[in-house]
Design a protein around this ligand. Structure first.
Ligand SMILES: NC(=O)c1ccc[n+]([C@@H]2O[C@H](COP(=O)([O-])OP(=O)(O)OC[C@H]3O[C@@H](n4cnc5c(N)ncnc54)[C@H](OP(=O)(O)O)[C@@H]3O)[C@@H](O)[C@H]2O)c1
Length: 248
């Protein structure tokens, strides 16, 4: 088996945690990044049970540039070298355009766009040549949802930047691809302020898709693993829609 070392941001919940579990079960070494020490600790125990690889935890709040810089410096000091990164940490703060606040716009753009961009920038010295980067984008890049102005813009902004990075980093063999999940049952809905009734309604909407149910974090992990692996070496700036057929 070709054992690799991958770093995953936002690995304490949802799609990030499911991805870490998948990669651990494939035998890879992992650095899991999160903002909450207890959640990181709990996740690392859960993940470590699944494989023989090493699981390193690294605390970092993506909303804080100083923490991003010191995380990268610490990893570099420890001599860590990554074959791939999953830029997954993200937030959703729904707000109708008429009520849009500068604060929620800034927070969304900071965590969903600025943070993955500068995390990748800060980690460049820790990336092997070649290396594969996977960005967790969203269906919202090409499907409009009311209340998702900033969120949609934040994901589209990173995808646009990734096109340029795929050119600039090509000489090092560093490539960037994205997945675009559709509505996936994770903590993100509750964190976005949705109540049980609204979440049930969302699940109901997903029942009318071709898939016939709301997506689950596990539905994303094989695609992420593939994009990280050498098997996808020919892919640059592709965006895989995993939306259950929402836009058919
Ligand atoms: N669920 C969906 O329907 C859906 C659809 C399309 C795209 N996505 C994208 O998928 C990615 C993962 O979302 P999810 O649904 O799995 O949500 P989730 O369950 O809420 O997980 C999000 C992860 O990001 C972390 N995070 C959030 N803000 C952070 C910050 N400031 N610093 C560091 N870590 C931070 C969270 O940490 P805590 O555990 O501490 O909160 C958590 O580990 C996001 O980029 C999201 O935009 C989700």
């Amino acid at each position: 088996m070709n054992q690799k070392h991958y770093l995953i941001t936002g690995a304490t919940a949802g799609i990030g945690l499911a991805t870490a579990k998948q990669l651990a079960s494939e035998g890879h070494n992992l650095t899991i990044v999160g903002r909450n020490t207890q959640k990181l600790q709990d996740a690392s125990v859960e993940i470590a049970r699944l494989g023989n690889g090493e699981v390193i935890t690294q605390r970092c709040d993506s909303g804080d540039m100083t923490q991003i810089t010191s995380m990268a410096a610490a990893l570099q000091r420890d001599g860590l070298a990554y074959d791939g990164i999953v830029l997954n940490a993200g937030i959703f703060m729904p707000q109708n355009f008429s009520e849009l606040s500068e604060a929620s716009f800034d927070q969304t753009m900071t965590v969903n766009f600025k943070a993955p961009l500068f995390t990748l920038h800060a980690l460049l010295p820790c990336l092997n040549n070649p290396a594969s980067v996977v960005f967790i984008s969203s269906l919202v890049v090409h499907k409009a949802f009311a209340g998702a102005t900033s969120y949609s813009a934040s994901k589209a902004a990173f995808e646009a930047a990734a096109r340029v990075l795929n050119l600039e980093l090509a000489e090092r063999g560093i490539r960037i691809n994205s997945i675009r999940p559709g509505v996936t049952a994770t903590e993100i809905q509750r964190k976005a302020g949705m109540d049980e009734e609204q979440i049930a309604e969302l699940s109901g909407v997903m029942q009318s898709t071709a898939l016939g149910r709301i997506l689950r974090p596990d539905d994303m992990t094989a695609a992420i693993s593939y994009l990280l692996s050498d098997a996808s070496v020919g892919m640059r700036n592709s965006c895989l829609d995993i939306d259950g057929g929402f836009t058919l």
